[in-house]
Design a protein around this ligand. Structure first.
Ligand SMILES: CCCCC/C=C/C(=O)SCCNC(=O)CCNC(=O)[C@H](O)C(C)(C)COP(=O)(O)OP(=O)(O)OC[C@H]1O[C@@H](n2cnc3c(N)ncnc32)[C@H](O)[C@@H]1OP(=O)(O)O
Ligand code: FAD
Length: 669
């Protein structure tokens, strides 16, 4: 728990005293409202004080025990949710702070949303109450052994049999085996299965079906269903608590009304009827989850930076040549230039995630009113932001590990497990490269429509300003000029647009559009990244322009926003220079300003991570302890390793003793 209890010493008190802003108000800015801070605080403490939710031994558990521990925690969490009559908001937070990937994530995160989004009202009435009360457990079974990214390439079939009014679910090949779905391996009783719908001899492509997989009596697989876990995954603990599974069907029959029929239907005569809606609505659950993944990126990166900032503030190495106390590693400029952009990114991702949630809700309302005009914008923003934020977060967590030196490599630092748990986010819910190429294709289409005078809208509206942005010159003359939001915004817009136009021109020179898109795909990725970074920077600027209460809070957020933007300028200087958006001198001035911003951020660093309001339990790191009392904790933690159960290790008699005796004999010869 946080410091402040009787007898505790706050080793970071000096750091906290230098903060130039009101931390309590920053907590509100981070969480979104006072209410959000209070609920999160209550739920985090509830979890931290409950021994069942202990997780410090997790990386030492064998897989079977880890999985059982996950089942136990999930059941206990549900018991507490029911006993305490928690609201949906409270229950979600409680699960977040339990912090152990498990089948419940897919049950609530994908199974329920898939039924809500693709089921008819009648189907929702039938299935949702069962799911809400955990009378059934569901997962999302889309990916197969042979195809994940290419959803249209899935092979599982659902063939309609009008004689019995049933679909026959079948896995015709090895590669059609469902492979990866979380919760499928051991826990789920049901799944939303994506399969090719075949009726009247015609293949109508991929559709969703609710399929029961296991008996509700004894949990055994139903006849014709083969089920199992796909095996151990990267890292200790980490995502190994999840039963990612394999599933095969051997002509399994399900009633016709278990096809999710909101978007299209099959009549009992076997006639296929498609409602007058875009077929991409089938991908709605993925769009929903991608949006939540952006919010999760800020959580993961803020955890890692919290650990690295606190540890860097207490850790000392070397000192002045003249003697005197050693230097806190956080005072090294190199440490700051590696760490502070990550801290700024955590804040940037938090605010863009908040905006994306708003966009998603807005699009959902429009879809309900049969307005599909913003579907493309929702797809581009969720796909692109998911890709950029998860890649930056995974890289950022690994950088935080290195920033903690040798101790960062210990499991007790929390960073190896955080990385191993987080890194698949770059792959699941859409491989990041595949998703960025989707964004780039939309950008190319938008560029090609500019000539016809079609005005782009939403986050692509800036592209309509093509005449100006293609020739504008950056007006920065001094390092301070880089503190202007207008200057920052303009160079990011010009960079994104010029890269997109250049790429579109190169594609047009190719023998065909398809060949051009193929040949230039590495450039297309960079075009998409530039566009998405513009969105993140813009949303951060807009956030800072809002009314933000609390002494010094707005100033700190403005600093962080500038750090984020100028760090990107520095990192991608090649883009800005090659597109003529700025001169080399202006690039150097941006870097000069960045150095000044780091110096301003330094006295506030610890308080800025305190504002995340994470308990020591949630952080799960001896290095990131609130009180900064790291060394005794590291020392104590080492003795908990099973290898230290006895002073003489298992295996000594068989493998060490004979060796040592033999060497002794040889030396006597
Ligand atoms: C709780 C968290 C735990 C998470 C656990 C993990 C779960 C999972 O991983 S579930 C499985 C997730 N799988 C994926 O994400 C697969 C990724 N692949 C796809 O999303 C798609 O197959 C694709 C988008 C890469 C390609 O789809 P395809 O049907 O081949 O479409 P085209 O590229 O030909 O595009 C046609 C058209 O449709 C537009 N579009 C594509 N996706 C969407 C969408 N989601 N929403 C709206 N519109 C979409 C695309 O822009 C094209 O538009 P036009 O050019 O105007 O035709
Ligand atoms: C931890 C985890 C949990 C998961 N949970 C679920 C789940 O609950 N339900 C579910 O259905 N699925 C789940 N998945 C599957 C996941 O959605 C897929 O793995 C993901 O969509 C990527 O697809 P793939 O594995 O087919 O990769 P591939 O597409 O085979 O990717 C391999 C390589 O090919 C590249 N590539 C592919 N296509 C292109 C292209 N068009 N252009 C350029 N490069 C390309 C990729 O960038 C990548 O480098 C999970 C996966 C993981 C790792």
């Amino acid at each position: 728990m946080e410091a402040g209890g009787a007898g505790e010493v706050d080793h970071l008190a000096g750091e906290r005293a230098t903060a130039q802003f009101d931390v309590d108000h920053m907590k509100v800015a981070w969480a979104g409202s006072r209410h959000a801070v209070d609920v999160a605080d209550r739920m985090a403490r509830l979890v931290a004080s409950d021994p069942v939710f202990r997780k410090d031994n997790r990386t030492m558990l064998p897989r079977k025990e880890l999985f059982k521990d996950t089942l136990r925690k999930a059941a206990h969490a549900w018991k507490r949710i029911v006993e305490l009559r928690l609201t949906e908001e409270e229950a979600n937070l409680l699960r977040l702070y339990v912090d152990q990937p498990g089948y419940v994530d897919l049950h609530w995160g994908m199974f329920v949303p898939a039924i809500k989004g693709q089921g008819t009202e009648e189907q929702q009435k039938k299935w949702l109450p069962l799911a809400y009360k955990f009378q059934i457990i569901g997962c999302y079974a889309q990916t197969e052994l042979g195809h994940g990214s290419n959803v249209q390439g899935l092979e599982t079939t659902a063939t309609f049999d009008p004689k019995t009014d049933e679909f026959v679910m079948h896995s015709p090949t090895l590669t059609s085996s469902k492979w990866w779905p979380g919760g499928l391996g051991k826990a789920s009783t049901h799944a939303v299965v994506y399969a090719r719908l075949i009726t009247e001899g015609k293949d109508y492509g991929i559709h969703g079906f609710i399929v029961q997989l296991r008996s509700l009596e004894d949990h055994s697989p139903l006849p014709g269903v083969t089920l199992g876990d796909i095996g151990g995954k990267f890292g200790s603990g980490a995502y190994n608590s999840m039963d990612n599974g394999v599933l095969r069907f051997d002509h399994v029959r399900i009633p016709r009304d278990q096809m999710l029929m909101r978007l299209s239907q099959v009549t009992k005569e076997g006639k296929y009827v498609h409602s007058n809606v875009p077929k991409q609505l089938l991908y709605g659950t993925m769009v929903f989850v991608r949006q939540t993944i952006v919010a999760d990126a800020s959580k993961a990166l803020s955890r890692a930076t919290c650990i690295a900032v606190r540890y860097s503030a207490m850790r000392k190495q070397f000192g002045p040549q003249t003697g005197g106390p050693e230097t806190q590693v956080l005072n090294y400029k190199t440490q700051q230039s590696r760490l502070f952009p990550l801290l700024a990114s955590a804040y940037a991702f938090r605010f863009v995630g908040e905006w994306l949630k708003w966009l998603y809700t807005d699009v959902t309302h429009k879809l309900e009113a049969k307005d599909f005009s913003t579907l493309q914008e929702a797809h581009a923003c969720t796909a692109g932001l998911k890709a950029v934020t998860t890649s930056a977060t995974a890289d950022g967590i690994e950088e935080c590990r290195k920033l903690c030196g040798g101790h960062g490599y210990l499991n007790s630092s929390g960073l190896p497990e955080l990385f191993a748990t987080y890194v698949p986010a770059c792959t699941y819910e859409g491989d990041n490269v595949v998703l960025l190429l989707q964004v780039a294709r939309i950008l190319m289409k938008t560029v090609s429509q500019l000539a016809s005078g079609k005005q782009p809208v939403g986050t692509m509206a800036y592209m309509g300003n093509v005449q100006y942005l293609m020739q504008c010159k950056c007006g920065v003359n001094t390092a301070e000029d880089w503190l202007s939001p207008a200057a920052i915004r303009e160079v990011f817009e010009a960079r994104a647009l010029r890269m997109a136009v250049n790429c579109a021109q190169n594609i047009n020179r190719a023998p065909s559009q398809e060949e051009g898109l193929y040949e230039l795909s590495p450039d297309l990725l960079e075009v998409a990244v530039a566009h998405i970074q513009l969105i993140i920077v813009t949303k951060f600027i807009e956030k800072v322009e809002q009314d933000i209460p609390g002494e010094g809070v707005k100033e700190q957020l403005r600093n962080l926003c500038n750090v984020y933007a100028l760090y990107l300028v520095h990192k991608h200087l090649g883009d800005f220079l090659s597109t003529g958006c700025m001169t080399a001198r202006q690039g150097a001035l941006a870097n000069q300003q960045l150095g000044k911003l780091y110096a301003q951020l330094r006295p506030n660093a610890v308080a800025l991570v305190d504002a995340f309001n994470y308990t020591d339990h949630y952080l799960g790191s001896v290095l990131g302890r609130y009180d900064g009392n790291v060394y005794p904790a590291l020392y104590d933690e080492a003795w908990k390793d099973p290898l230290n159960d006895s002073p003489v290790p298992d295996g000594y008699r068989e493998h060490l003793r004979p060796l040592l005796k033999q060497q002794l004999k040889l030396s006597r010869l």
